[in-house]
Ligand binder design. Structure first.
Ligand SMILES: *[C@@H]1O[C@H](CO)[C@@H](O)[C@H](O)[C@H]1NC(C)=O
Ligand SMILES: *[C@@H]1O[C@H](CO)[C@@H](O)[C@H](O)[C@H]1NC(C)=O
Ligand SMILES: *[C@@H]1O[C@H](CO)[C@@H](O)[C@H](O)[C@H]1NC(C)=O
Ligand SMILES: *[C@@H]1O[C@H](CO)[C@@H](O)[C@H](O)[C@H]1NC(C)=O
Length: 502
């Protein structure tokens, strides 16, 4: 232990002797297991958030001394076990030093949250690999949030193939499939952070603004083909052709015709995952999502009954929550019955009873647990989704949580993005493997685990598990679900699958 304390005292420029004394005190605390457990359980959530920000570091050696900590954190905390005292001490020290640094050196860059990510990017600053003086323009991105995310990523990857900057496209705030004039274009940067996107995705794909273009009147129009004869190969041929010679001389290439969701797909799943990772909600909406999440956690942790349970320290931890993307509304049922017929399977449409039963049988899930039901608005009118859950499962939807007011302020796209975020942050996620919304969430959760270096992603000890309730797993629970990142196309996600890796 003294080694660790010594290490911190030497490595970090901590000037005052009283600070060193404090460090030693912390080291001493590490021998008092129980006290430590309590402190740890309170700060664990905070650490998670912090680490997530920090672990966006692409090259893990960007901040060398932190590595020890990460490994420690990753191997121990992720597994949900807190067995090694050195680990706990390291963590405590880590947080302690952070607070200290923030207090002592508020002006120093590199510590205290946001600046971290900046310093990482500066250090990592990769040479710009996408040309900044050639642009690609794409049609307005339309339909549901998932379709829009996929279409956006596809537009980015198309631009990358052409080695061009993608002109920031318009998304659609409302959900209309046919009435084009009702689509309510909303600028990308009203929903996602523009600069953050470029810094996170720097060098891989790049977004530009229309004001960056010198002469928009000279755009070259590129008509996307359609129909049976327009094969993947022809589509790729067209793109290749437009990336050389006189085509390539044009400052702007404007793709006309279909929306990018309908374009042929030429990219592996991991390329999509890279783009999705760079999509960070603007603060306003991220805060709304945080409000919903903290309301959910308050349901579990704010309960005075449960805070008095036992002296084992675990009572300080807010209850984990399970997010269930429950698709049982009538239009989905019609759609999925047809799909079942076509694919000759009965593993797509789960009814309410089956979903409740399978969620109730998730192996190793500790109760009481809060279940957040991400359901279509039409189901909120009928409280029956909240009834019939097993003992220890506390079902909530946005109405019962009292957060429907947060959602109703916003158009469709934003509501959907908030719900997406709430499912992403859930301790456990359960969805339908034939739903694109569920599939994208699992893709991002899988990516997050990879980023944090979690191995053996199907084991029962692994953090942030996801499940598909439409497929039976062990002991009549739902099937474990991770995205196969080596898949060569996104097809499985956009059309649904019962092949879910675990
Ligand atoms: C794009 O073009 C630049 C300059 O010609 C080149 O250095 C870079 O490698 C290209 N990037 C890709 C992704 O092809
Ligand atoms: C833009 O291009 C058009 C067509 O070639 C040309 O007539 C016009 O003068 C250009 N405008 C600028 C500002 O260069
Ligand atoms: C709510 O849904 C259940 C089953 O889906 C149905 O039996 C019940 O009649 C519905 N109640 C109302 C008020 O619509
Ligand atoms: C993942 O996808 C790759 C490529 O399609 C395939 O070879 C591999 O077997 C898949 N892995 C699993 C676990 O399904």
């Amino acid at each position: 232990m003294s080694v660790v304390v010594f290490w911190f005292a030497v490595v970090l420029p901590v000037p005052a002797p009283w600070v060193r004394a404090l460090l030693v005190m912390v080291g001493f605390m590490c021998h008092c297991e129980r006290a430590l457990m309590k402190v740890l359980s309170i700060i664990q959530i905070k650490i998670d958030a912090l680490l997530e920000r920090v672990i966006r570091i692409r090259e893990s050696d960007a901040i060398r001394p932190m590595e020890v900590l990460f490994n420690c954190k990753l191997s121990r905390l992720m597994g949900g076990t807190l067995n090694s005292t050195p680990c706990k001490c390291m963590l405590l020290l880590f947080v302690f030093i952070l607070i200290l640094r923030a207090l002592l050196f508020p002006s120093l860059p590199g510590f205290g949250g946001v600046e971290w990510s900046n310093i990482v990017f500066i250090r990592n600053h990769s040479p710009i690999r996408i040309r900044q003086d050639k642009f690609l323009e794409v049609p307005q991105i339309v339909w549901g949030l998932n379709n829009q995310k996929i279409a956006f990523a596809r537009a980015c990857l198309t631009a990358r193939l052409l080695n061009r900057t993608l002109l920031m496209p318009s998304l659609s705030a409302s959900l209309f499939y046919k009435e084009i004039d009702l689509l309510q274009p909303i600028s990308f940067d009203k929903v996602f952070q523009f600069d953050k996107f470029n810094s996170l995705c720097g060098g891989f794909v790049r977004l530009g603004r229309y004001s960056d273009v010198l002469n928009r009147t000279r755009a070259l129009e590129m008509q996307k083909g359609s129909g049976r004869k327009w094969t993947v190969e022809r589509d790729l041929g067209q793109l290749r052709q437009h990336s050389i010679g006189s085509f390539d001389d044009h400052e702007v290439i404007r793709i006309v015709g279909k929306n990018p969701f309908l374009w042929h797909d030429h990219w592996p799943v991991k390329d999509y995952a890279k783009v999705f990772e760079c999509l960070i909600l603007v603060d306003e909406f991220a805060k709304e999502a945080d409000r919903v999440v903290s309301r959910i956690r308050a349901v579990g942790g704010g309960n005075s009954e449960s805070t008095e349970v036992g002296n084992d320290g675990s009572s300080f931890q807010p209850l984990p929550y399970v997010a269930v993307h429950m698709r049982i509304e009538i239009d989905w049922m019609i759609h999925c019955k047809k799909l079942e017929q076509r694919l000759q399977t009965n593993q797509i449409c789960s009814n309410k009873k089956e979903i409740m039963e399978r969620v109730g049988n998730i192996a190793g899930l500790k109760t009481p647990v809060v279940v957040y039901l991400a359901v279509a608005d039409q189901l909120l009118k009928n409280s029956s989704v909240l009834e019939g859950w097993q003992e220890g499962f506390l079902p909530y939807e946005k109405k019962k949580l009292g957060v429907d007011g947060i959602y109703s302020k916003y158009p469709y796209l934003i509501q959907s993005a908030i719900d997406y975020e709430v499912c992403l942050q859930a301790d456990v996620f359960v969805g339908n493997s034939f739903s694109t919304f569920s599939s994208l969430i699992v893709l991002e959760r899988t990516q997050k685990k990879i980023r944090m270096g979690i191995d053996g992603m199907c084991g029962s000890e692994v953090r942030w598990p996801s499940y598909a309730y439409n497929i039976a797993g062990g002991s009549n629970g739902p099937m474990r679900w991770i995205t196969n990142m080596s898949d060569s196309s996104l097809k499985a996600i956009s059309y649904g699958t019962d092949h879910i890796s675990c």
